[in-house]
Write a protein that binds this ligand. Structure first.
Ligand SMILES: *Cc1c(COP(=O)(O)O)cnc(C)c1O
Length: 402
């Protein structure tokens, strides 16, 4: 099984960790292993409980050479001992919740998060007997106040989708650990380049690898990185029993994309900085949120915590009606940027997200929480994912529709 070597430089790690020349053919590029089962050389047990760190490949739901190689690459870049890949980012979140929470346990989750995670936490987990508190994790006093004797997990997201609010992740780790709980963080927006999860004390770092890690908008997948012990538990529960595994082909595509992740993240951040500065000066734009701008309300935390400010921007144009009209002009007239959901791709993407609708469907915030949300998002925001095109072309495209 490919193991993650740790190289000196981050770009060398992204290219070489978890892979090497094929021992049978000498192929320099990793071959694609489309095999659901593997011929075994030893008499082995058939239960997931017989799986060991050094087990040979047995069945693709346990592990597969392409998935194992990608897992080693992500662990090396995130600086953790191990990683588990899943069928999607949502499968990664589900894997965390269903491995580490049981009926009677308490979860503290960010009151704003990826909508799928928000709905999973509000609707599915309580049905299974899990207590859930939705808390503004940028308010540390609120986090401390929410801790209960049965709190097992705090799940954060930073920057938070879609409003780009940050969480002081080291502080949340300290609160979690002093309560005997784990801290998992959805770092999809930050990418492994934007977050030193070790230094921040995060136990489980989750990514939708559909986004920056794959980077090309052609494969859906998820990942959770952490200690060998925690990841082994998740592999047994989530991969082998729940079955939401990543396909070898998606692993192969995503690993190819990931080889250029550090280079791409630099380009995403510098493109986003240029576009955010343009938007800030545009007369039709009423507010811009980007962690690289000094106007971000948590600019100091962004500086301290994010080694790369990533490519995600949100901006407002005024009332919801103006937002909707602008969205329609984008759909009709954008020539470079695609009007579409998702993010982290080489193509730039933009999507209108109206506050009133999200309050009803996904977030259901109390008045104090909604006030914090609206201080970042007003009546609605455009979530803009800056790709790898020339910033001048993106600026011209936005200028045409604003
Ligand atoms: C997209 C996204 C997810 C869900 O990932 P999928 O791969 O679409 O299942 C989870 N968290 C964040 C922050 C995301 O942006």
């Amino acid at each position: 099984m490919a193991k993650g070597n740790v190289f000196q430089g981050i770009q060398t790690t992204a290219i070489h960790a978890g892979e090497g020349p094929d021992p049978t053919t000498g192929a320099s590029a990793p071959p694609l292993h489309m095999s659901s089962t593997f011929v075994t050389e030893n008499v082995a047990g058939f239960s997931a409980h017989d799986l060991a760190e050094d087990s040979a490949f047995l069945y693709a739901r346990w592990s597969n050479p392409n998935v194992a190689s990608l897992e080693a690459k992500i662990a090396a870049l995130q600086g953790t001992q191990a990683c588990l890949c899943t069928a999607s980012g949502m499968a990664a979140a589900t894997a965390i919740f269903l491995t580490f929470l049981s009926a009677g346990d308490h979860l503290i989750v960010s009151d704003v998060s990826y909508a799928g995670v928000a709905e999973l936490a509000r609707d599915t987990l309580p049905r299974l007997g899990i207590e859930v508190s939705t808390v503004n994790l940028s308010d540390l006093a609120a986090v401390t106040a929410a801790v209960r004797p049965n709190t097992r997990l705090i799940h954060s997201e930073s920057p938070v989708n879609p409003i780009l609010r940050l969480t002081d992740l080291a502080a949340v780790s300290r609160i979690a650990h002093s309560a005997g709980a784990l801290h998992s963080c959805d770092a999809t927006f930050a990418s492994p380049l934007g977050m030193n999860s070790q230094a921040l004390g995060i136990d489980l770092v989750m990514h939708s690898i559909t986004k920056y890690i794959g980077g090309h908008g052609d494969a859906v997948g998820g990942a959770v990185a952490g200690s060998a012990e925690l990841i082994a538990k998740m592999r047994l529960e989530s991969a082998i029993h729940h079955g939401g595994i990543l396909s070898p082909f998606n692993a192969w595509l995503i690993a190819r994309g990931m080889a250029t992740l550090p280079l791409r993240m630099k380009a995403h951040a510098s493109g986003a900085q240029a576009v955010a500065e343009f938007l800030e000066t545009h007369p039709k734009v009423t507010q811009v949120m980007y962690p690289g701008l000094s106007s971000h309300p948590q600019a100091e935390l962004a500086q301290a915590q994010m080694s790369n400010t990533s490519g995600m921007i949100s901006f407002q144009v005024g009332s919801a009606a103006v937002g909707r009209a602008t969205a329609q002009r984008m759909i009709d007239d954008l020539q470079v940027i695609h009007y579409a959901v998702s993010l982290g791709h080489h193509r730039s993407l933009v999507f209108w997200m109206e506050t009133a609708g999200l309050m009803e469907t996904s977030f259901r915030l109390d008045p104090t929480q909604e006030e914090s949300y609206r201080s970042f998002a007003g009546d609605g925001i455009f979530r803009l994912s800056i790709g790898l095109e020339d910033a001048e072309d993106l600026i011209a495209d936005l200028d045409r529709v604003l």
